[in-house]
Ligand binder design. Structure first.
Ligand code: ATP
Length: 245
């Protein structure tokens, strides 16, 4: 039987009087890439921020590997290896690439020990060779695409059992964006990483995802296997545009 990594039940989130999420339920199973699709302002980022403990829901439940983590703080959540890579590739600009990677492992350093961390760094460098070339360089001097790779690599150093990726290709040139998405697929192949992904390029995200959920005005309006969503008339009209024509 498939093992649920995240199970969200009837989640509602408000910003003051504004309801951003209404009765959202979804699951992500172990080893899956699941895409969250929706227009600007649909509530995608709000959902990821609520899962990772940055926002508190008004009602509903979030279960992570069977444990109720609803309303827990972000720091408690990341210790459970539920890792959020937010929008706008937030790297520590004045630290080197290597130090950014070490910081990713900070919360489990005492438990894992130096040897495991060094092994993870080697794995990350196998996946992102450009980061090894630049390991002594300050992160703020990397290109946009390289910074995005570093943000994801730092997420991997946290040993994610679930990786929440918010717009990993935002602002990148199309060819670099493609490379970053291919790396997400590679993460699944290499590490078996489970991913919940928000991606502006809906076509590209469904191409790498196993399943998807469509969110509109804070509600889930459709879900299914990626290949079904790719051929769904409403999804095509609303989100795929010229990508399929
Ligand atoms: P985008 O693709 O543009 O990032 P999104 O689907 O991620 O959009 P959210 O950022 O989750 O959407 O926003 C959902 C709704 O909540 C929007 O109507 C937005 O204006 C509102 N919202 C988001 N953040 C806040 C906030 N801090 N205060 C008030 N309203 C907010």
């Amino acid at each position: 039987m498939e093992r649920e990594v995240i199970n969200i039940q009837n989640l509602c989130v408000n910003y003051g009087p504004i309801r951003a999420l209404h009765d959202v339920s979804l699951t992500v199973n172990e080893g899956e890439i699941v895409a969250l699709i929706g227009a600007n302002g649909a509530g995608k980022t709000t959902l990821l921020r609520t899962i990772s403990g940055l926002l508190k829901p008004t009602s509903g439940k979030v279960f992570f590997e069977g444990e109720d983590i609803t309303g827990k703080d972000a720091e408690q959540v990341v210790r459970k290896h539920l890792v959020h890579v937010p929008e706008h590739r937030q790297v520590f600009a004045t630290l080197t690439v290597l130090d950014n990677l070490y910081l990713g492992a900070f919360h489990h350093y005492s438990k894992s020990g130096a040897r495991i961390i060094e092994e993870d760094i080697k794995k990350v460098f196998r996946l992102f060779p450009i980061l090894e070339e630049r390991k002594r360089q300050l992160a703020g001097t990397l290109s946009g695409g390289q910074q995005q790779m570093l943000a994801i690599a730092r997420g991997i150093m946290s040993k994610p059992r679930l990786l929440l990726l918010d717009e990993p290709t935002l602002g990148l040139a199309p060819i670099v964006a493609k490379e970053v998405l291919e790396l997400v697929r590679e993460l699944k192949r290499e590490f078996g990483t489970t991913v919940l992904l928000i991606e502006q390029n809906v076509f590209a995200s469904l191409k790498i995802a196993d399943r998807g959920y469509v969110i509109s005005h804070g509600q889930i309006v459709k879900s299914g296997a990626s290949r079904e969503l790719l051929s769904d008339k409403e999804v095509k009209e609303a989100y795929l545009g010229h990508a399929v024509s």
